[in-house]
Write a protein that binds this ligand. Structure first.
Ligand code: C2E
Ligand code: CA
Ligand code: CA
Length: 444
């Protein structure tokens, strides 16, 4: 990380790295992040009136005041001659950022004493929040700058970015552009997250989750690039790539646990692709994979968007011998009348019910309902987002079939997954894989 020589704070390049990383984290964890941008008004006058040395000292003091206004975990930078930025991770809401901004402005009201001279500053602050106003550093910074302009126009000391995120910002276009070449540039990778048979505690397969390491932007979260790929249509080529890669790599998995399943996600956009079934048939042939080990996950809501089209596809998939899984189940409000007719083999109980079901009674009830409902239609139920032993035990009690989640393992690269399968001997209370050699019986 680079520091600004004058103030010791992060400089602009460091700030951009930090803000992008923090945005990703905030999106992944569903938390809110604020950027408070401070621009000193007419700073040039200070330089002219008191000299550059004094100007530098003033900037130094402002840097210190930033530290006083923020919390320990906040990140302070000087990103322009007279421009400072604070990153506030994990704020409750915009109000929290406004509070920090007001504190900072109050601190700046006191004259700064440099070489026996009292220098009075005024400043303007712009605030922008992730994900509300933008989902990466460039956009958030632009929004905070826009907020500063708004504040100046209105003659007030601070303003919050006003526009909710526009539906198609240049950020989206950038993403979509990069995605066009992601497959051919070899920037995509599949990670595998194991699924366990809950009662027997043995691996039954894995879900393939796409990762994009962009040459332009580094790692981009799936929650960000998948929607962009859906919009631009790039998802079609990416899905073809995912199906082929998953079938090829799953052939390399060790045979210890019998034939393991592999699940690939299909987004809504792909369901209308008339070549999908052909592609599946071709790929299964090329990689000599057993159709019964392939599952295609489709979210309940995209399946229900046009049931006629998706049900026909599901039937074709099952005719090949592959399986259909309804992903994020419970969030799509499919009516029970439809449910009877869905040609699916598996339900994935959505994370939102699973993660806190130990403490949340109503989620527990929903989980029980979904599991019983699925079983009465001969469907397998996978709980996703299983994060601890208590949840695992509760799911076992409810008769849920398979578990997937951080408690079992995080999504991992192919090589790590192969290793994981080789070393797996069961789960300990904290979800750690019990490793070591299999017990030897021939001790005599
Ligand atoms: P999803 O299909 O519901 O995938 C599960 C997501 O939950 C994954 O996020 C996974 O890393 C995360 N997860 C797994 N266990 C836990 C847990 O215990 N706790 C919590 N909080 N999260 C857990 P990821 O990989 O970021 O993917 C996000 C979404 O992006 C996926 O949701 C899926 O909708 C989409 N996606 C990912 N890969 C693909 C793909 O190859 N094709 C398509 N069409 N969509 C994909
Ligand atoms: Ca999925
Ligand atoms: Ca899911």
């Amino acid at each position: 990380m680079n520091n600004d020589r004058l103030t010791g704070l992060h400089d602009r390049p460091s700030f951009m790295t930090l803000i992008n990383r923090q945005c990703e984290q905030s999106i992944n964890t569903g938390s809110t992040l604020a950027v408070v941008l401070l621009d000193i008004n007419c700073f040039r006058k200070v330089n002219v009136a008191f000299g550059y040395r004094a100007g530098d000292e003033v900037l130094n003091v402002v840097g210190r005041l930033l530290g006083e206004a923020g919390r320990k975990r906040d990140l302070m930078s000087r990103i322009g001659d007279d421009q400072f930025a604070m990153i506030l991770p994990g704020v409750m809401n915009v109000g929290h950022a406004v509070l920090a901004a007001s504190k900072l402005l109050r601190l700046l009201e006191a004259p700064i004493v440099v070489r026996d001279q009292q220098i009075r500053l005024s400043a303007t602050v712009g605030i922008a929040v992730c994900p509300q106003h933008g989902r990466n550093g460039d956009v958030l910074l632009a929004q905070a700058e826009e907020a500063i302009r708004i504040a100046r126009d209105d003659g007030v000391p601070y303003a919050v970015a006003q526009r909710e995120r526009l539906s198609r910002t240049s950020e989206d276009f950038d993403l979509e552009f990069g995605l066009q070449t992601a497959v051919s540039a070899g920037e995509l990778e599949l990670y595998y997250q194991p699924k366990l048979h809950i009662r027997d505690k043995v691996p039954v397969g894995a879900e393939a989750l796409m990762r994009w390491n962009s040459s332009m932007r580094g790692d981009v979260p799936a929650t960000e690039f998948i929607p962009a790929a859906e919009k631009s249509g790039a998802i079609i080529g990416m899905t073809q790539w995912a199906i082929n890669t998953a079938l090829r790599q799953s052939q390399e998995w060790p045979a210890r646990w019998g034939t393991l399943g592999v699940a690939v996600n299909l987004s809504a956009r792909v369901l209308n692709d008339p070549t999908l079934v052909e592609l599946l048939t071709g790929s299964l042939g090329i990689w000599e994979a057993e159709a019964r080990s392939l599952t295609l996950e489709v979210t309940e809501s995209s399946a229900m968007a046009s049931p006629d089209v998706s049900f026909e596809l599901f039937r074709a998939i099952r005719q090949l011998g592959a399986h259909v899984s309804l992903d994020d189940f419970g969030t799509g409000y499919s009516s029970l009348a439809y449910f009877r007719d869905i040609p699916a083999d598996e339900l994935k109980l959505d994370q939102s019910f699973v993660t806190d079901m130990v403490r949340n009674q109503s989620n527990l009830h929903i989980a029980r309902l979904v599991i019983d409902l699925a079983h009465s239609f001969d469907m397998t139920v996978v709980a996703e987002g299983v994060e601890n032993a208590a949840t695992y035990r509760l799911l076992a009690k409810l008769g849920c079939d398979h578990a997937q989640g951080y408690f079992v393992a995080r999504p991992m690269r192919q090589e790590q997954y192969v290793q994981w399968l080789e070393q797996y001997r069961g789960l300990s209370e904290n979800g750690a894989v019990l490793r070591g050699r299999a017990k030897r019986r021939d001790t005599g």
